[in-house]
Design a protein around this ligand. Structure first.
Ligand code: F6P
Length: 319
């Protein structure tokens, strides 16, 4: 394989640039030409494809966002859109494509495989919701952003002796809520994957209040419902001074952590090696700190599981 391309798709994630850099540089190491597709599948359909030189990915390893830009393309979901994308790849002589993104982006890669384009998926999403990998690129940075915000909220929560409900991202998965909640000693962590009992949450808050706790933090994953509604309900049931913070897209930005940069470099380089060996239709991932690869269809047929032992531990520790 002599000419490959890379695109980023779906919600951006810190570390996508480090992965793009690794793909370009590993490609050149193997004497390949590497092209960048701008604006995800949407740009692929429109032929926004340019050759990336070694220098074009300099000075990006530390930058959040994605220099290739990203998009969620409705047109690519149609057979006509996919056909246009295939034609563009053929027109540019591109033999293999690496897609950095989440599960929706991987499904897109599978569609291209069905049209004979060799693809490899690199998991990049702050949600950490891709099965078959312990971590996705961007998750570590996102949880560090969340705990930084919660630490700040904790200061004002203590000063005013308030209860804070913090809504974090994670459309279908509670990983961001769970890891940041455990890291920050939240009273309760409400995630889609675990049953929650509102009475128990209220009792816990009241117990803490009684023994003189100066503040309380409850983390709600957006996949469970609105933080504002939880806040209203908690305020009504406890009478405590309660505030709600929705962290929103701040969680998607910022310079990637060392962990995300290293993960992105390892996964990006492995994706190139797979294409070189014509092992396409696969995704790369990390399991027990080992870089792995497996069939995308097999990966997508699995269910992503949060580590519920962390939820239990958080609950025990936040007596
Ligand atoms: O998938 C990443 C994610 O940040 C989710 O956590 C969130 O629900 C969604 O993207 C938000 O998407 P958008 O930026 O399109 O509003």
């Amino acid at each position: 394989m002599k000419r490959i391309a890379v695109l980023t798709s779906g919600g951006d994630a810190p570390g996508m640039n480090a992965a793009t850099r690794a793909i370009v540089r590993k490609g050149y190491y193997h004497n390949m030409e590497v092209y960048g597709v701008y604006h995800g599948y949407s740009g692929l359909i429109n032929g926004e494809i340019e050759k990336l030189g070694i220098g074009s990915v300099g000075d990006i390893i530390h930058r959040g966002g994605t220099v290739l830009y990203t998009a969620r393309s409705e047109e690519f979901k149609t057979p006509e859109g996919q056909q246009k994308a295939v034609e563009q790849l053929k027109k540019h002589g591109i033999e293999g494509l690496i897609v950095i993104g989440g599960d929706g982006s991987f499904r897109g890669a599978q569609k291209l495989m069905e049209h004979g384009i060799l693809t490899v998926g690199v998991p990049g999403t702050i949600d950490n919701d891709i099965p078959a990998t312990d971590f996705t690129i961007g998750f570590d940075t996102a949880i560090n952003t969340v705990i930084d915000a919660i630490d700040k909220i904790r200061d004002t929560a203590t000063s005013h002796e308030r209860t804070y409900i913090i809504e974090v991202m994670g459309r279908h998965a509670g990983d961001i809520a769970l890891w940041s909640g455990l890291a920050d000693g939240a009273e309760s962590i409400i995630i889609p994957e675990a049953f929650f009992d509102m009475d128990e949450i209220i009792d816990r808050l009241k117990r803490g209040h009684k023994r003189g706790k100066k503040h309380s933090i409850i983390i709600v994953a957006e996949g469970v419902g609105s933080g504002v509604e939880f806040g209203n309900s908690i305020k009504e049931k406890t009478g405590f001074d309660t505030r709600v913070t929705v962290l929103g897209h701040i969680q998607r930005g910022g310079s990637p952590t060392a962990f995300d940069r290293v993960l992105a470099s390892r996964l990006g380089a492995e994706a190139v090696d797979l294409l070189l060996k014509n092992e396409a239709g696969k995704m790369v991932g990390i399991k027990n700190n080992q870089i792995i690869s497996l069939d995308i269809n097999e990966a997508l047929s699995q269910k992503h599981h949060v580590d519920l032992s962390l939820h239990q531990l958080a609950s025990i520790l936040a007596i």
